[in-house]
Design a protein around this ligand. Structure first.
Ligand code: FES
Length: 226
């Protein structure tokens, strides 16, 4: 799934604390995901318009993010508002970081470049319990090859989401294509933390780790599941 055509998962909401930022890659496109102090998440191009420093290295100050290199500050709309070397300058409107649509749903931060696409939704799910994000050195096709081995226990629910039915639980797995050879999985349990936090989170985090090891194993997945 590309950002141009649909909503793409880029982070677990629980890992993005207010006042922090992180970098992510979607099919080679570098983005910054940051949360302002009021709790709103933002997804932008990960490049400062000044000299190209990654915005994900910057510092969040309230509802602004400041570039690490020369301290230019950008508001939540991506507009540069303050240049420390020229504190009295009225900053030109043209100095702006490209911003993308973003939404948080089912404990995951999503983004898109499409104004027409609909953010994935699992009907009837009000609460989720975060498990983890895991980055795997394998193509999305290889990931699907292994998940399809679960048969009826795994089903795709959209172009970038699937559900694994296991141990009486439902795991939502959201797929982020980092590159042709790297895939990120963002995993949550469908259900309230009051029922799922603790041992289940640990159990499914270990399952995700085992999946990663299997996919990165020198044994060809195709031979293993044939
Ligand atoms: S590169 Fe960002 S402020 Fe200079």
């Amino acid at each position: 799934m590309r950002m141009e055509t649909g909503w793409v998962p880029v982070a677990l909401s629980s890992t993005l604390e207010p006042g922090t930022s992180t970098g992510a890659i979607v099919v080679g496109r570098e983005i910054v995901v940051w949360r302002d102090s009021s709790g709103a998440a933002h997804v932008w191009e990960d490049r400062c318009p000044h000299r190209g420093m990654r915005m994900s290295f910057g510092f969040v100050r309230g509802d602004h993010i400041a570039c690490l290199y020369h301290g230019w500050q950008y508001d939540a709309a991506g507009q540069c508002r303050y240049i420390p070397a020229h504190p009295d300058l009225e900053v030109p409107k043209t100095i702006k970081v490209p911003t993308y649509l973003s939404e948080e749903r089912h404990g995951i931060v999503w983004t898109t470049l499409s104004s027409e696409a609909t953010c994935p939704e699992i009907p009837g799910v009000a609460e989720v319990t975060p498990v983890r994000s895991i980055y795997i050195n394998a193509s999305l096709e290889r990931v699907f090859l292994v998940l399809e081995h679960y048969g009826a226990e795994f089903s795709m629910t959209g172009r970038s989401t699937g559900i694994l039915f296991t141990g009486g639980d439902r795991l939502l797995i959201a797929f982020q294509v980092v590159s042709a050879e790297k895939t990120a999985l963002h995993i949550v349990i469908l259900g309230a933390p009051s029922d799922n936090a603790g041992p289940k989170q640990k159990q499914y985090a270990q399952w995700a780790q085992a999946l990663r090891l299997r996919l990165e194993s020198p044994v060809p997945v195709e031979a293993e599941v044939a």
